[in-house]
Write a protein of this length. Structure first.
Length: 336
């Protein structure tokens, strides 16, 4: 794994402590927030993603006297997520982490508070999983590279959508703009980005399950389309390094996945046309959708775009949620 992933050392809560197997005192409870993410970033299917400031999920984790993991509460999910720790992405990924440090003897109680919509294309399962992993790593006073958590987070993604991709969990874990250079071996690189880049996100309230959205993608592509896509990915990465927003904008074109997935999103192309006319730098699908996003040069333009797109969706009887954010470079954080 590349070593240019920033290290996180959040403060521990100084409460009633317990002692782990290494006789190191750790806090007995913690609350962690982890952010939503935009994956693919139009042309970078499964290899590019970035974190945003909101929405996100919160996990409260407590050490208990009884070995094993329990999930005592889940809120904000309308009853859709399992309390069974063998079937929940948070507890499953945490269990993998505990096995890796030989601490399966520990007892944990988990509360998951969904502060973001499920099935939005904004990395809902990733935010939950990363919050849980960051919580247990901090509780265990584990100061090792946060990159060690990424394979466990990918296990959660595999459970959630059938494919252990990293373009949501990596930016949720590390913050910022992330490139998955390779999956075998896993090699992740944080990319720079223009500081003034804003993201306008709109989530239409329609159902686009991630598994189904992956199944409609073509398995074979034309060489000319592959060449176009490679050029766009290289152009986007170059634009990020050069802080060239124009180059970023003209590189964010997808000839492979968007033409298929856009059919699942009501009025995708009319919304893109509206966003570009209002001053967007680029426009595309967030993850597998149905959320869409636009990059802009300022907050005012981003706000205007989501207002106009939300009104458009209202006119065709579709409810929606909207968010405006810069790129979140911090990733998960301790909130209590």
């Amino acid at each position: 794994m590349e070593n240019n992933i920033q290290e996180f050392k959040p403060p521990l809560k100084e409460e009633k402590g317990i002692t782990n197997s290494g006789n190191v005192k750790v806090a007995d409870s913690i609350a962690v927030f982890a952010p939503a993410t935009v994956a693919n970033v139009v042309c970078g299917f499964d290899v590019l993603g970035f974190a945003v400031n909101e929405p996100g999920d919160e996990v409260i984790m407590r050490i208990t006297n009884k070995p094993g993991i329990t999930i005592s509460k889940i809120t904000g999910d309308d009853g859709r997520l399992p309390l069974n720790p063998a079937k929940n992405t948070v507890s499953v990924s945490v269990q993998h982490y505990l096995q890796s440090i030989n601490r399966t003897d520990i007892g944990l109680d988990i509360e998951l508070h969904k502060k973001m919509p499920i099935g939005s294309g904004l990395g809902s399962s990733s935010a939950s999983t990363v919050a849980g992993l960051f919580a247990i790593k901090t509780l265990m006073d584990d100061n090792s590279d946060p990159a060690k958590l990424l394979p466990f987070a990918m296990k959660g993604e595999e459970m959630a959508c059938g494919h252990g991709h990293a373009d949501n969990v990596a930016p949720a874990l590390f913050g910022g703009f992330v490139l998955i250079r390779s999956y075998s071996p896993l090699d992740v690189v944080r990319l720079p980005h223009p500081p003034g880049l804003y993201c306008a996100i709109i989530f239409p309230d329609v159902d686009v399950p991630t598994r189904e959205a992956r199944q409609i993608i073509r398995n074979k592509i034309l060489m000319k389309d592959a060449v176009t896509q490679w050029g766009n990915i290289a152009g986007l990465v170059s634009g990020l390094f050069m802080q060239d927003i124009d180059l970023i904008g003209r590189s964010m074109q997808d000839v492979l996945v968007e033409p298929v997935r856009s059919m699942l999103i009501p009025d995708f192309y009319p919304m893109r046309e509206m966003a570009m006319e209002l001053g967007a730098v680029s426009f595309g699908i967030s993850g597998s959708g149905p959320s869409v996003f636009a990059f802009t040069r300022d907050e005012e333009t981003a706000t205007l775009i989501i207002q106009k797109l939300q009104q458009h969706l209202t006119n065709i009887n579709i409810n929606s949620k909207t968010y405006v954010s810069t790129i979140n470079d911090a990733g998960p954080r301790v909130i209590g």
